[in-house]
Write a protein that binds this ligand. Structure first.
Ligand SMILES: [Zn+2]
Length: 201
């Protein structure tokens, strides 16, 4: 099932609504409840990814309906219900073209936990953030000046510009927006046939 998501994507899984869905708390249910679910706007436009638990809450509250199921059953207090793999909001939500909050988590998500100098992929805890233009040289803390960086590259670069340290960014850092999110949704959906038709068009 689709619960195998790496660290870089874990940030996309929405907050679970604790306590709303009563489950027996077995390991099986735990895995099922954390499976990623694609969230579509009322217009079928993919807008987010959340954990199955949150998706079930949205369906039970009548905010969304299940479009696809993942083949698993959730055995809750008295009922067994099918776990959705794709849900669709019943009312259209305007998604502003805002960028996401600037945070360590979101920078690592944007850079897919990849050091932007040497390309190594590491767990979040093993990465640091690098100011491309060092803070000591008035570099700002912005989307365009912060990148995921491994510790060896960070030490090597020190208080230099990449060029001075003989280093090169693998790509230009940009703000994290809906376009980036959709790219990540596509990466996640590649292995899930039920997501494909909503993500590749
Ligand atoms: Zn590196």
């Amino acid at each position: 099932m689709g619960a195998k998501i790496d660290n870089s994507m874990r940030g996309m899984v929405g907050r679970s609504a604790a306590g709303v869905v009563a489950v027996s708390g077995t390991y099986g249910n735990f895995q099922v409840l954390h499976a990623p679910v694609l969230v579509l706007n009322a217009s079928y436009e993919p807008i987010n990814v959340c954990a199955a638990r949150r998706a079930i809450v949205l369906v039970l509250k009548g905010v969304a309906m299940a479009e696809e199921e993942n083949g698993h059953f959730l055995h809750a207090a008295r009922v067994a219900m099918r776990v959705p793999s794709v849900i669709r909001l019943l009312e259209y939500r305007r998604i502003p073209h805002q960028t996401r909050a600037l945070s360590r988590k979101n920078i690592l998500l944007r850079d897919r936990n990849t050091c932007q100098y040497c390309g190594v992929v590491l767990a979040s805890g093993e990465l640091t953030l690098d100011h491309v233009i060092p803070r000591s040289r008035a570099g700002s803390s912005t989307w365009e000046n912060l990148v995921a960086c491994c510790h060896p590259c960070n030490r090597l670069k020190g208080n230099q510009l990449p060029m001075e340290a003989g280093m090169k960014l693998t790509r230009e850092p940009r703000a994290f927006n809906l376009h980036t999110s959709r790219h990540i949704m596509r990466l996640m959906g590649r292995s899930d046939d039920k997501w494909r038709k909503y993500l590749f068009y």
